[in-house]
Design a protein around this ligand. Structure first.
Ligand code: AMP
Ligand code: MG
Length: 404
C-alpha cells in the first residue's frame, strides 16, 4: 500500500524549522536597502528639530495683522540660516520654506496672500494663530519607534533613517542561495539541441525567482544524472551557500540521482506531498555546516510552484522577515475548474482587480511542463484537497505572485 501523502502545510513547517536567520551586522544605508532590520530603531532627534515655516511668505504676530494694515519688513530668514532671529514688535519678516521661525512669530502668511506697495506689505486677512508653522516634533519625537525589527528595508525606510541622522542600520545580510539543476538531457540556452535534449529552464527560472525574493543567487548550470558528479558539484558549492536548491531527479526513475545520492546521507528526507503540481519533494541538511537543502521536482512548473510555496518563505525566514508568505485574496473565477481529490491544486491564473474585487481566469496550458502557460500567469488559484470541481462564478483563494 502506498504511504499517505504529506500535507503542503506540514512540508512548509518542516522546511522552515531548518531556517536560522543570518547574523546581523551594521550596514551603510545604501547597502542596507533590501536587507532586513534586526533591531528596532528609535529616533534620538525630533523632526522637525525646531519650529519652521511650511511656506514662502511672512513671519508675523497674528494679533498685529489686519486687512490692509501696512506692515514694515524687518529682514528675512531662509532655510539654513544658522543664527536665530527675533521678530521686532509691529513688524514682519520675509521667511522661506524650511527656515527657522523667529522668536516672537506665531503665524506665517503665504506670499500669495500679500501685496507689496512702496516697500510696505499689505495682507488680505489676519492669519490663524500657528498657521503654516511646522512645530518641532510634529513628525517624529525623541524616542519614537521609527522602524521595527523584521522589516525588509525599502526606499521610504532608508529615507526615514537618513532623516533622523542615522548612517548605518543593523540588518541581516542577503542569504546566498545556490541553484543546481540536474538532468542528462539539459543543454544551456544558446547552444544547438540534439535529439532528446531540452534547454535547462529551471536554473534560470529559479535563479531569478531567488533574486526577486531578496537573496543573492548563484546559478550552477545543469549537472548530469551521475551520483559522483552531483556530489562533487554539491561539495564545491557548499562554501558559498546559505541554502541549496536543486531541481530534478527526485521522483521514482532509475536515474533520479538527487534522491539516490542524498537519500543515502540520512540527513535529507524525500516525501510525496499532497499537491499538484509538484508532488515529489525533499529537504534536509548537507555538508559540514549543516546547510539547508531543498530538492524540487524537475518539471519547470512543478519546480516554480514548489519554489513559491517552500523556497521563497525559506529565503524570507533566512532574511529574518516577519511576513513569509505571498498575499492570498478572494477572487471570482470565470471558468469552471477541476482538481484531484486529496491534493491541493495550484492552478496558474491571471488575476485582475475589477470593480467589486479580484477576478481570476486559469491560463491555457495547465500541464506541469508548460512554461508557456506559466509565463502568462500572475497568480496561483488554490483548490483545497477535498474539492474536485468548482463552478464558474465561484469564490476561490488566489495567491498573488507580485508580477503583472
Ligand atoms: P525529473 O524530475 O528529473 O524526472 O524531471 C521531470 C521532467 O522535467 C523531465 O521531463 C525533465 O526533462 C524536465 N526537466 C528537469 N529539469 C529541467 C530543467 N532544468 N529545465 C527544463 N526541464 C527540466
Ligand atoms: Mg531528471
Amino acid at each position: 500500500m502506498s504511504q499517505p501523502l504529506k500535507s503542503v502545510d506540514q512540508h512548509l513547517q518542516d522546511i522552515l524549522a531548518l531556517a536560522k536567520p543570518l547574523e546581523p551586522f551594521a550596514m551603510p544605508l545604501l547597502e542596507a536597502h533590501g536587507t532586513t532590520l534586526a533591531v528596532d530603531v528609535r529616533s534620538s532627534v525630533a523632526l522637525p528639530p525646531w519650529d519652521n515655516s511650511a511656506m514662502d511668505g511672512f513671519a508675523v504676530r497674528a494679533a498685529e495683522i489686519f486687512p490692509e494694515r501696512p506692515m514694515e519688513v524687518a529682514g528675512e530668514v531662509a532655510a539654513g540660516d544658522a543664527e536665530s532671529s527675533v521678530l521686532p514688535l509691529g513688524k514682519v519678516m520675509r521667511i522661506m520654506t524650511g527656515a527657522p521661525i523667529p522668536e516672537g512669530c506665531d503665524a506665517v502668511i503665504p506670499v500669495e496672500w500679500s501685496r507689496e506697495e512702496a516697500g510696505l506689505i499689505f495682507f488680505e486677512k489676519s492669519p490663524a494663530y500657528g498657521a503654516h508653522i511646522r512645530k518641532m516634533g510634529s513628525d517624529i519625537n525623541v524616542g519614537d519607534l521609527i522602524l521595527t525589527a523584521g522589516t525588509q528595508l525599502n526606499a521610504t525606510h532608508i529615507g526615514a533613517a537618513a532623516a533622523i541622522g542615522i548612517d548605518s542600520l543593523i540588518t541581516r545580510p542577503h542569504p546566498r542561495v545556490v541553484l543546481i539543476s540536474t538532468g542528462d538531457e539539459l543543454v544551456e540556452p544558446g547552444l544547438a539541441l540534439k535529439h532528446g535534449q531540452i534547454y535547462d529552464a529551471n536554473s534560470w527560472l529559479l535563479t531569478t525567482a531567488t533574486r526577486e525574493a531578496g537573496a543573492i543567487a548563484y546559478r550552477v548550470g545543469a549537472v548530469p544524472d551521475d551520483e559522483e558528479k552531483f556530489m562533487q558539484v554539491l561539495e564545491d558549492q557548499l562554501v558559498r551557500a546559505d541554502l541549496i536548491v536543486t531541481s530534478g531527479g527526485v521522483s521514482q526513475g532509475i536515474y533520479d540521482t538527487v534522491k539516490n545520492v542524498l537519500g543515502k546521507l540520512g540527513s535529507v528526507t524525500f516525501e510525496s506531498v499532497a499537491m499538484q503540481p509538484g508532488m515529489p519533494q525533499g529537504y534536509g541538511l548537507v555538508g559540514p555546516d549543516s546547510t539547508p537543502i531543498i530538492t524540487l521536482p524537475g518539471n519547470p512548473v512543478s519546480a516554480y510552484v514548489s519554489f513559491e510555496l517552500f523556497v521563497r518563505p525559506m529565503i524570507k525566514a533566512l532574511l529574518g522577515v516577519h511576513d513569509l508568505e505571498r498575499p492570498i485574496v478572494d477572487a471570482t473565477v470565470v471558468e469552471p475548474l477541476k482538481s484531484p481529490l486529496g491534493k491541493r491544486s495550484f492552478l496558474r491564473g491571471r488575476a485582475s482587480f475589477e470593480k467589486g474585487g479580484f477576478v481570476v481566469a486559469p491560463v491555457a496550458g495547465q500541464g506541469s511542463h508548460m512554461l508557456g502557460g506559466l509565463s502568462q500567469a500572475n497568480a496561483l488559484i488554490i483548490v483545497n484537497e477535498e474539492i474536485e470541481s468548482i463552478a464558474a462564478g465561484s469564490q476561490v483563494k488566489v495567491m498573488l505572485l507580485g508580477r503583472n
